[in-house]
Design a protein around this ligand. Structure first.
Ligand SMILES: [Fe+2]
Length: 289
């Protein structure tokens, strides 16, 4: 009988324990879906380039907008307004404009993004969700044509395996952009064509996936801007992010050195499936000197 009572008490305790764990788990999920995924953070980062500039310049670095049923245009608009409110010299958006584009009305997105590029010069590169080999086997666009057209029509300077120069108050900069590493159209030799390896001007590379670094080491660039990781999107205290779609986990987020160069990875604005935990959406304001 005593044994049974004890068993009964343990069962009740276990039941309440499980109940509390379940409630806190549900609470955590609710927080991740309803609060943190929409809780934008502005991160200001000072970056000393190996080649110094005549005057500091400011870049608003956004990435992974992921317009979808989980990420609304009004939320993306909020992120853009916050970024523009920091008075950047120009904006860089490093890919994943959509999650699975077929479900979205791209004309509406074009008009929306034109509202950004009409206010400040905006450069973009494509991500793995924006079409190509990776996307087509996951129900997304088969090629990069749709999102490329979207960005062209929206007035972005799309750096699809090509480079350009920009005159800023800090001097002339070269910007190079590659298509996504897993799109089937990643062409660094085309992107860097005509870019001097030891150019006097600083060279900034836009590449969606920070793992791209392993394929562009032979070309001259000083700073690479990336996204793709979402910072892990779900980060477990003391353990880190269980799932990150990169080989090299050193470049999941933030400013990190790579050989004699720098890589900055932003956590991005949008998300997949609507949740973020311990990993807020981010607008990165980069002050280059
Ligand atoms: Fe992404």
């Amino acid at each position: 009988m005593r044994k049974l009572e004890k068993f009964g008490k343990m069962t009740r305790r276990g039941f309440f324990g499980l109940g509390l764990a379940g409630l806190s788990g549900l609470g955590g999920l609710g927080y991740g879906f309803l609060v943190e995924s929409r809780w934008l953070e502005v991160s200001r980062v000072r970056i000393k380039l190996p080649k110094s500039l005549k005057a500091p310049i400011r870049i608003a670095h956004l990435s992974d907008l992921h317009w979808s049923s989980f990420v609304s245009l009004s939320f993306i608009e909020k992120a853009i307004e916050i970024g523009l409110g920091q008075n950047p010299d120009f904006v860089c958006v490093t890919g994943d404009f959509v999650t699975a584009g077929d479900e979205m009305e791209l004309d509406e997105y074009t008009r929306f993004l034109r509202g950004l590029s009409s206010r400040v010069t905006t450069f973009g590169v494509l991500g793995n969700h924006d079409g190509g080999s990776w996307s087509k086997v996951r129900g997304g666009y088969r090629t990069t044509a749709q999102v490329s057209n979207l960005l062209d029509n929206a007035g972005f300077t799309l750096l699809s395996n090509r480079s350009t120069t920009i005159d800023t108050k800090g001097g002339r900069l070269t910007l190079v952009g590659t298509d996504d590493l897993r799109s089937g159209s990643f062409r660094p030799s085309a992107a860097f064509k005509g870019v001097e390896k030891k150019a006097a001007a600083a060279t900034i590379l836009l590449a969606h996936n920070p793992d791209s670094k392993d394929y562009v080491g032979n070309w001259g660039w000083d700073l690479m801007l990336s996204g793709h990781t979402h910072g892990g999107q779900i980060v477990v205290p003391f353990l880190g992010a269980p799932v990150v779609p990169v080989r090299d986990r050193r470049y999941i987020a933030g400013l990190n050195p790579w050989k004699d160069r720098l890589i900055y990875t932003t956590r991005g604005v949008g998300n997949l499936l609507g949740i973020r935990l311990n990993c807020r959406p981010q607008i990165s304001i980069l002050d280059l000197a």
